[in-house]
Design a protein around this ligand. Structure first.
Ligand SMILES: [Zn+2]
Length: 271
């Protein structure tokens, strides 16, 4: 196997020994890969930029020549976009770190997923441009990421009686984290595990209450082109409900808490 070069978003950076780094990238051509950057801390010429989290780089790599089990070597990087506007803002940085952590935790190594590369790249560019609220971009990123990963939450009909959202009388529906689907209030009584709302947005360990309007907006941003995202007019309440639903569902589905999300929650509660 020969060498290769590709565009790559930096997902994670771990120190290895005194001089080396192990870096995980989401690449356009080869999906998520981990590479060894020898002498990275000294070699400013080969590795331009600071190699920061979620920066976009053009990378050149070499497969190991002798030991096939050894890691891919990172030979050179050229910084393409460091997203300086994101880094100026601690909340934007927290959002970008959260998306990066989702991708890092979720994707298999070495499986090409150019759609997910494009999604993360576009979301970062949108935050950097600053025309659309980062909270809305986060909803857009999460719901599309789940669709591309093959498990979209079911938000357009009651999972029990199959009534479409439009035909449901009640204004709020129960979203069950385990099933990943909504249930109307008429059907919820017949399903065990549905609890009274406890948190500020009706979140419990098993699910959350969400209004019909928020569900409709989430379905819409899942289907619309990214370029039209600026036309979405979310109310603050819908943003909070949408974020609660998607962030709780993703954490539940992956069975873990995200450090970046805890930090983001802290930032949001201080606002
Ligand atoms: Zn129902």
């Amino acid at each position: 196997m020969g060498d290769f070069s590709t565009d790559a978003i930096l997902l994670r950076k771990i120190e290895y020994g005194d001089h080396d780094l192990i870096i995980t990238f989401l690449t356009r051509d080869k999906g998520k890969i981990s590479v060894m950057a020898k002498n990275a801390k000294k070699s400013v010429r080969r590795f331009s930029g600071a190699m920061d989290l979620f920066s976009v780089n053009h990378i050149q790599c070499a497969f190991p020549k002798k030991n096939r089990d050894a890691m891919i070597n990172l030979c050179q990087t050229v910084l393409e976009n460091g997203f300086s506007h994101i880094r100026y803002d601690v909340v934007n940085t927290a959002y970008a770190s959260y998306w990066t952590e989702i991708v890092t935790q979720w994707l298999e190594e070495g499986k090409a997923q150019p759609d997910i590369f494009e999604l993360l790249h576009t979301a970062l560019e949108m935050v950097d441009d600053g025309f659309i609220r980062t909270e809305v971009i986060s909803l857009l990123f999460q719901i599309r990421f789940m669709r591309l990963s093959g498990f979209s939450p079911g938000l357009d009909q009651c999972d029990a009686c199959r009534t479409g959202i439009e035909g449901i009388y009640s204004t709020r529906l129960w979203f069950d984290f385990k099933a990943g689907r909504v249930v109307c209030s008429q059907c919820k009584g017949s399903i065990s595990g549905v609890q009274k709302p406890t948190g500020p947005f009706g979140v419990s360990a098993r699910g959350c209450w969400v209004s019909k309007g928020t569900l409709k907006q989430l379905s819409w941003i899942n289907s619309v082109e990214m370029a039209r995202a600026d036309r979405i007019k979310f109310s603050s309440a819908a943003i909070q409900e949408g974020e609660t639903l998607l962030e709780s569902f993703i954490s539940f589905h992956l069975g873990r808490n995200f450090n970046s999300l805890e930090f983001l929650n802290k930032m949001r509660s201080e606002k």
